[in-house]
Design a protein. Sequence first.
Length: 306
Amino acid sequence: MKKELLIQKWLDGEINDAELSAFKALPEYASYAKLSEKAKLFEDTSYDVDFEYGKLNAIISERRQKTATPVKTLNWFKPLMRVAAILLVGLAIYYAPLYGDTTTVKTLASNQTTIQLPDNSNVKLNASSSLQYKKGDWENNREVNLVGEAYFDVAKGSQFDVNTWLGKVSVLGTQFNVKQRVNYFEVTCYEGLVSLKYKGKEIKLPAGKSFKVIGNEIIEDETKDSLPSWSSKNMSSFKSVPYSEVIQEFERQYNIKVETNNVDMTQLFTGSFALNDQELALKAITIPLELKYNKENKTKIVLTKE
């Protein structure tokens, strides 16, 4: 049996005794086993991707049933880290499965990655996010499922769809950003025209326009940027966003837990913080609101109203 297939079956937990013996005989076995155990320590638990994918899968199935098109329920994450988590430096992302028709790419906290799709469209995935697509039928169905945030530079061609559990974004070829988090949904068009379906309504977004849903509030806005700041400037930027969203993004980008004491998490925040300097980022999100911060340890920060 080929080495790659043994690795795949081992990671899927579907390897039999004979295959396991052959796998353990590989010269790379010791390093694979060691890195696989370490990979589990890097898994981000601050954002329940499995839960969000469950909601997304249910919504997609419901949409397709309405069109009377029979579909199979998608098989999302396997419980184990995939082979890319072993091969990539810093265990920043993992792919699953590697040789099947469906590909899933997931970034862990404080990491980003760029994906090239079969049509040479490029996707930059922000921290604690996941993207899934089917390679086999890509020419006829350019469709991806997104949990988290991603910037898309889509090659011109047939319709390109991004499914999230709050809305569906469709284009032919353009540049746009989609952010879907708990109680937060935002689509910004940087080039071309984006078609967005939200709660049965179709919304057209030309370049420079954005559509945002925070809780149940819909906000239409504008941007002068040509790219999202997290992708081009290594900054997370916010405009009139509840402070709770800022804190959650900080936790994702720095893989750290933030607790608050006497802080109004509903107050609106406009500003940005750096993604490569935690100390500077902390000052950027606390000084404007007159907050103090205390680093209790490497994994926990406490914010207090002065």
